[in-house]
Design a binder for this molecule. Structure first.
Ligand SMILES: Cc1ncc(C[n+]2csc(CCOP(=O)(O)OP(=O)(O)O)c2C)c(N)n1
Length: 599
């Protein structure tokens, strides 16, 4: 026997020994996570999951980040997933630990974020008895997970974990929950990692149907007012390059939804910005007056369509999505295409080349004249307060300039989120992370933490509201202790600003319970210091540059800047909820003039 084949034989027998090695279910769980390629788990231990934490201590491959609240673990897993494209992993105990994960799981489900949540469950014999810390987390998360499991047999652990990662990361990504009973973790078993995953009934279609793609290409070359309506699916499919090729080849205008910001460079002349409730006039108008929507990985969300029956009334629809359930859900598609956006776009490019070779090419010159008019007449902008106080939009614009196009920006939910979507120029895919579908306050700090763990060399700015920040800022302790130096800008308008805006506009200025008094309590700079971070405050426009330079220079600990801003700033443009996009306002009582409406 040659040396090589002896070594191979030895390796083979070692592998057999490993496979038949006796271990606890908990050891098998950790080994399974390692085998799935996990390098980071965000979590908090508790009774039912405690068996898993013991072997976790010995893992050489997995870093466990001890968070301060399970919601933080879940959003951190999301941030990690968004920054890597791989499933983020969070871990919690049974009952309240597991239910604290519900919000981030729902968030991941709404925004198609790949995530695996591992929870401990009470022993199998106690399930259904209202045992201490028992919650039916499988039942609770049934409608908000792509799939979920309860494992009571330790032999099932490796296969279940392998399946969970496969399901979370293939097709339309999403969260998968694996609930493991404590006795399954404590009993002895053997570990065998499955070579492949076989799930009859789960075969996501990624290759688009050629006939549909040809049909889409035909509609595109026949149209005169097409729009590429780009959603988060393009980012999930990592299709930004392909999108650029398609846009540049055809000259079709692009709009990127809140979930797709960064999928197409903001500086690109074909880009009209974000559509929807707070979209630019040009983007909203383009969709509204279009004769062909080429919807790529977007889902005709109500925040984009406004009153659905009045949305883009003259447009035909090409709708490409990896999830067939999205197609014709809200708006009937004339050409449905099921497939991965990267493959769809690549095939569309080829089909359009064939159209062009046959002499069929769309002429969009007239369309562009109109769009350019809207774009130049109604650019994004904001008024600076005349009392010398800070304008939130100005602060956010400056943060974007300080961080630059390579930094990651992670927003909370509210006015600051919309301004972060508008006033930072996103040039690269994956640089704007936020909670779009669920609109989860508290997302920003922990998601930024997860993103920074995933990309330690990147500058990661959390742009948060004072309301959102007070929901999950405890993770600053995690960041300080675990050496995760994120930067946090609290856009402190002393209010639940988006609520205040709606109360101004729709409730006669009756500010019921939206005043947070957070210029007094708490003192965010001191709070940051208490957490072992650098705490800064900025209250005057003339100090913004210096404070940001200071924040940018601190790279060994987290930094929090309390930007005390004017509280009456409003997000414009705006389409009031439930109304038509035609009624978009660019300021209070000020609507754009839709000339050439007959086009
Ligand atoms: C968990 C959660 N609770 C409530 C809301 C409703 N809500 C949406 S925006 C908002 C105000 C956010 O205030 P803040 O964080 O200060 O941001 P701002 O709007 O002032 O920028 C609220 C309460 C929500 N989206 N999420």
């Amino acid at each position: 026997m040659s040396t090589g084949s002896r070594a191979a034989a030895r390796g083979h027998s070692e592998a057999r020994v490993l496979m038949s090695e006796q271990m606890t279910g908990a050891q098998s769980l950790i080994k399974s996570l390692e085998a799935a390629g996990v390098d980071t788990v965000f979590g908090i231990p508790g009774g039912a999951i405690l068996p898993a934490y013991d072997p976790l201590l010995d893992s050489r491959k997995i870093r466990h980040v001890l968070v301060r609240h399970e919601q933080g673990a879940g959003h951190a897993a999301e941030g990690y997933a968004l920054a890597t494209g791989r499933p983020g992993v969070c871990m919690a105990t049974s009952g309240p630990g597991a239910t604290n994960l519900v919000t981030p799981i729902a968030d991941a489900y709404m925004d198609s974020v790949p995530m695996v949540a591992v929870t401990g469950q009470v022993p199998a014999s106690a399930i259904g008895t209202d045992a201490f810390q028992e919650a039916d987390i499988r039942g609770i998360t049934l409608p908000i997970t792509k799939h979920n499991y309860l494992v009571t047999d330790p032999a099932e652990i490796p296969r279940t974990i392998a399946e969970a990662f496969h399901i979370a990361s293939t097709g339309r990504p999403g969260p998968v929950l694996v609930d493991v009973s404590k006795d399954a973790m404590q009993s002895m078993t053997t570990f065998t990692w499955p070579g492949s995953v076989d799930l009859p009934g789960y075969r996501p279609v990624t290759r688009p149907h050629a006939k549909q793609v040809r049909e889409a290409a035909r509609l595109i070359s026949e149209s005169s007012r097409p729009v590429l309506y780009v959603g988060g699916g393009v980012l999930r499919a990592r299709a930004a390059k392909e999108l650029r090729v398609l846009a540049e080849m055809t000259g079709i205008p692009v709009v990127t939804t809140l979930m797709a910001r960064g999928a197409f460079p903001d500086s690109h002349p074909l880009h009209l910005g974000m559509p929807g409730m707070h979209g630019t006039v040009a983007a909203v108008g383009a969709l509204q007056k279009s004769d062909l929507l080429i919807c790529l990985g977007a889902r005709f969300d109500d925040r984009v369509t406004g009153k659905l029956s009045t949305f883009a009334p003259r447009a035909k629809v090409v709708h490409a999505d990896i999830d067939p359930a999205e197609i014709s859900k809200n708006r009937v598609a004339d050409v449905p295409i099921v497939g991965d956006c990267r493959e769809v776009i690549a095939d569309l490019v080829v089909a359009l080349q064939a159209e062009a070779a046959a002499g069929r090419k769309g002429d969009y010159a007239g369309w562009w004249r109109l769009l350019e008019e809207w774009r130049s007449r109604y650019p994004l902008g904001y008024d600076k307060p005349d009392d010398g106080s800070l304008s939130p939009q100005h602060v956010i614009e400056k943060i974007g300039q300080a961080g630059g196009p390579e930094a990651l920006y992670v927003a909370g939910v509210g006015q600051h989120q919309m301004w972060a979507a508008h006033f930072i120029s996103y040039e690269n895919p994956g640089t704007f992370l936020n909670s779009g579908g669920a609109g989860t306050m508290g997302f920003s700090v922990p998601a930024a933490m997860g993103a920074k763990v995933a990309q330690p060399d990147a500058t990661v700015w959390a742009i948060d509201g004072d309301g959102c920040f007070q929901m999950t800022n405890q993770e600053l302790a995690t960041c300080a202790l675990e050496n995760i130096p994120i930067k946090v800008a609290v856009i402190n308008n002393s209010s639940l600003g988006m609520i205040r805006q709606w109360q101004t506009l729709f409730y006669d200025g009756r500010y019921s319970n939206s005043d947070l008094h957070s210029t007094r309590i708490p003192d965010f700079a001191k709070l940051a210091e208490a957490y072992g971070c650098v705490g800064l405050r900025c209250e005057r426009p003339e100090d913004v540059d210096d404070v940001l330079a200071k924040a940018m220079s601190v790279n060994d600990v987290p930094v929090v800047v309390d930007f005390v801003v004017h509280r009456d700033a409003m997000v414009w443009p705006m389409v009031a909820a439930g109304t038509s996009n035609d009624d978009i306002k660019i300021a209070r009582d000020l609507a754009p003039a839709w000339d050439n409406d007959d086009l």
